[in-house]
Design a protein around this ligand. Structure first.
Ligand code: HEC
Length: 179
């Protein structure tokens, strides 16, 4: 079949455009890859990097702070703050389970799942129900579950209790109208 010169030129131009757009795509993909590498490199050097992974005891110290703040907020019916602290506490303990599945031969992830999770879930319900009485009972149960884990993990000398106000004096735990 004989092709017309116009068709040949058209096909040639079409192929050229296709080639250019492919190489543009490629350059864009390269740029994206470069950006992702840069991000990954930054993360490697940031505080969230594995080399800075906190010890379990250090994570527990921040869990202890949240436990305290949760109590202050819930007992003052500051439900927004209580919900925030409860969520952070739940997340921290979930991460403990993920990062320290087995610790010193102890089944930490399993203990977190069976002892702690049910009690934080009930506590969250009491926050949703906005009941101080219910919150306080669930908080006592939650504290007992912290101690059950310490006992099961051969750390029964670490005993947690409901806090009395005297920590975090630089934070107001009362609920305020939104500004
Ligand atoms: C899944 C098990 C588990 C649960 C649940 C748990 N802990 Fe712990 N906790 C541990 C273990 C294990 C250690 C000891 C870590 C070590 O030996 O480095 C510890 C240590 C601690 C310490 C000592 C840290 C220090 O350096 O003084 C505190 C405080 C603490 N936990 C608070 C809490 C609080 C508060 C809760 C509940 C909100 C809680 N823990 C729930 C397992 C648990």
């Amino acid at each position: 079949m004989k092709k017309s010169p116009a068709l040949v030129i058209f096909l040639f131009l079409f192929a050229l455009v296709l080639l250019i757009s492919c190489s543009n795509d490629r350059a864009e993909k390269d740029r994206q890859l470069e950006r992702r590498l840069e991000q990954a490199e930054k993360k490697l050097n940031a505080f969230c990097a594995p080399k800075y992974q906190q010890s379990l005891a250090d994570i527990m110290l921040s869990i202890q702070s949240r436990h305290t703040k949760l109590w202050y907020a819930g007992s003052k019916a500051n439900w927004e703050l209580a919900a925030f602290e409860a969520e952070e506490l739940e997340e921290s303990l979930e991460e403990v389970g993920t990062c320290y599945d087995q610790y010193d031969g102890l089944p930490i992830a399993h203990l977190q799942e069976t002892l702690f999770k049910p009690s934080i879930e009930s506590l969250v319900k009491s926050i949703e129900a906005k009941s101080v009485g219910e919150f306080e009972s669930r908080f006592i149960d939650l504290t007992a579950s912290c101690n059950s884990c310490h006992q099961s993990a051969n750390h029964s000398f670490i005993v947690i209790k409901e806090p009395t106000e005297g920590l975090f004096l630089n934070q107001d735990f009362n609920a305020h109208e939104k500004k």
